[in-house]
Ligand binder design. Sequence first.
Ligand code: COA
Ligand code: MG
Length: 292
Amino acid sequence: MRSLLFVPADSPKKLEKAMTCSADALIVDLEDSVAPEGKAAARQSAAAFLKETVPATERPQLIVRVNSLRSGLTDADLDVVAAAQPDAVMLPKAEGGASVAHLDAKLAVREAKSGIADGAIKIIAIATETAAALFVAGTYAGSSKRLAALTWGAEDLSAELGAETNRDAEGVLLDPYRLARVLCLAGAATAGVPAIDTVFTDFRDREAFRRECAAARRDGFLGKMAIHPTQIPIINEAFTPSREAVAHAKAIVEAFAANPDAGVVGIGGVMADQPHLVRAKRLLERAERRKR
Ligand code: COA
Ligand code: MG
């Protein structure tokens, strides 16, 4: 999953539009983009959308962001949407592996009730939205077989820290959020799942968005969340391995294949050893998956 587009669940118009914008996944949102009085209607709208869309053969992955475990709304959200079998549930304000295990149990009950295969609904956790979450970002490994990815958030975290802003005047993330971003990357790698980069809210600034996508890919994120359809093609391009990157990765793999006893090789005047080989193989796997 390269691109994941947030769509407020209470907007049938946006849900319809989202289906046509080449996002790899839609995140149908029941949480922060829906006002408290609108939650019940949003659940119904989300379930109706899922029922209609899940059976389609050519469709994006369908993820529902439920309300956080502390909100007291998660059970009511799941009671309505789980039966419609989304591909995954996104858990906001997650606090480590324990919160994922908690959601896992809630999903298992709903799957059993609805005759859905055990474990079919995956979990994507937003791992950095509270201060406490930062201290348990390394605890996701082994929490649930459902865990499919980790992502991170800077908006709720800045509110919780009492900050005035999370970016400087140029739009560059400030230190507390750079730490959260790194904890997401390290937490995901520890858990053996992909890391997905957070949203960029200034949706008219495409150049800044492009730069942020490139930086995320450079650092190891495999995709990015979007809030506006115009961000999707930029994400898809940035996170699809380029022809040059594929050629370079192939050269590394071939160099090692030609020298099976070598621990290290030189390619175009640059050293490549085991970590470079691992990176090259991973990139080729991703490029191969895109072709299918
Ligand atoms: N999904 C689907 N369609 C969207 C969309 C989204 N996330 N964001 C905008 N659109 C649609 C609009 O409805 C509009 O459709 P139209 O041309 O048929 O009228 C078109 O894209 C252009 O939208 P635009 O006028 O540029 O933006 P807007 O002012 O209507 O909406 C936001 C701005 C921020 C309210 C909107 O992008 C949005 O709702 N984003 C998602 C917010 C969210 O889910 N946040 C939670 C996670 S951080
Ligand atoms: Mg939020």
